[in-house]
Design a protein around this ligand. Structure first.
Ligand code: F0G
Length: 397
């Protein structure tokens, strides 16, 4: 069984245990490739196993993720697929630290241990940092996180610190923190675990594989995902390519990647047939996708092309209204996740998504990520501690 790193452009191969994130040639991204056959039946058999490695919704698919002797696993994955009003919602906020990031992080931190790294780092607006901090704590590695100063929710910062990470608040936005962490990792010999790290992508593929398994390998028509740094869009494209090539599914669902209008570089590129790569100064209420210079752009272009996919944008008002719908169904999610439902509403109105098509929206993070966005002070009614006061408020007398 062999695995290697491969440049997405010139297909040059590097050993799987070499610490590198891009190809020397022109800085192109790398991905993990393998040449062994994988039978999907073993994935189904493991669903009833009690071994922690099989209970992980990532390592259950290990032949297609990473061949290791020991995994740093919580376990993660195994999230629920809800059906509401004819749409499926895969809730990745149900992962151990509250976001889909755990699926990539279990693989990246496992690889960090294999490479004998002593320190791991990432740039983050809160979810990646919490996930990294948790897995690094489990593995006994030093974790360093670069966050945009003043632009990370207090809950996610508290979670990151509680797991024991060193937190550097960068005076700048996420894109500045991302540039700095790449330079710092190269200079100070720290292992970088943002989604430019190809092992993160291998773990995140399992979101799609688990959806396919949830649907008994009967592929839906659409998979809809929020798009920020484009790690998920890239991972979903690779997951679908591999599932189809190996005969696990008969046909490939279409990917719909949804951006916020204020952070829409990928949407702009898509609108021009990907003729140019755009960057923007990002601003949106959805902090998780407040990203103007996505690192996985090139892989994401391939994902959209290979799946006959589409990129859409939604306004902050549209995504917040969709969030209230998802919250109101008793499921709930953070704002970026709600771009999915807002995107479906828009694409249905345009006739791109048709009645009767099976749609899966991936909710990437927990409702408590950006509590400021949930908290509406006017909904809280402060009263005296008397029954009269209760009656007055409830009966409106
Ligand atoms: N959804 C959530 C909840 C996220 O936390 C992120 C990224 C995304 C979507 C975007 O996914 O990059 O794969 O397109 N959060 C990063 C972080 C920025 O630091 O937690 P992508």
């Amino acid at each position: 069984m062999s695995e290697w790193l491969q440049c997405i452009a010139n297909k040059h191969r590097f050993p799987i245990d070499e610490i590198r994130y891009t190809c020397d040639h022109d800085g192109d991204l790398l991905e993990v490739e393998r040449d062994h056959l994988i039978d999907r039946n073993s994935f189904d058999d493991r669903s009833t196993s009690h071994a922690p490695i099989d209970q992980s919704g990532v390592w259950r698919f290990r032949e297609g993720v990473l061949n290791v002797d020991r995994a740093i696993t919580h376990p993660e994955g195994g999230t629920r697929l809800y059906e509401r009003n004819g749409i499926f919602f895969k809730h990745e906020g149900e992962n151990p630290t509250g976001s889909f990031k755990d699926r990539g992080m279990t693989v990246a931190v496992t690889q960090a241990v294999r490479l004998k790294a002593t320190a791991v780092a990432c740039a983050s607006t809160g979810n990646t940092s919490s996930s990294l901090a948790a897995y690094a704590a489990q593995a006994g590695l030093k974790a360093i996180v670069f966050v945009p100063a003043g632009k990370i929710s207090s809950g996610k910062l508290a979670q990151t610190l509680a797991y024991g990470a060193t937190c550097l608040a960068i005076r700048g936005d996420f894109d500045a923190a991302m540039r700095l962490v790449r330079e710092a990792c190269a200079r100070f010999n720290i292992y970088l675990v943002n989604s430019i790290n190809p092992f993160r992508i291998e773990g995140q593929k399992t979101i799609v594989w688990e959806i396919l398994q949830d649907l008994q390998w009967d592929a839906p028509d659409w998979i809809v995902v929020p798009a920020g740094n484009l790690g998920n869009t890239s991972a979903f494209g690779k997951a679908l390519r591999e599932a189809h090539k190996r005969g696990w599914i008969a046909r490939v669902p279409r990917l719909a990647s949804i951006q916020a209008c204020g952070a829409n570089p990928f949407y702009r590129s898509f609108s021009e047939g990907f003729a140019t790569r755009h960057t923007v100064t990002a601003e949106t209420i959805a902090t998780a996708i407040r990203i103007g210079d996505p690192v996985s752009h090139d892989k994401a272009v391939a994902a959209i092309r290979d799946t006959n996919g589409i990129v859409e944008e939604v306004t902050d008002d549209e995504l917040m209204s969709a969030k209230r719908t998802i919250d109101g169904m008793g499921i709930g999610c953070e704002p970026a996740s709600a771009t999915t439902l807002a995107g479906v509403q828009k694409l249905r109105a345009k006739g791109v998504m048709k009645d009767g098509e099976r749609i899966v929206c991936v909710l990437t993070g927990h409702i408590l990520k950006d509590p400021e966005a949930n908290f509406r002070a006017e909904k809280v009614l402060e009263i005296d501690a008397t029954l009269d006061a209760v009656e007055q408020r409830l009966m409106g007398s």
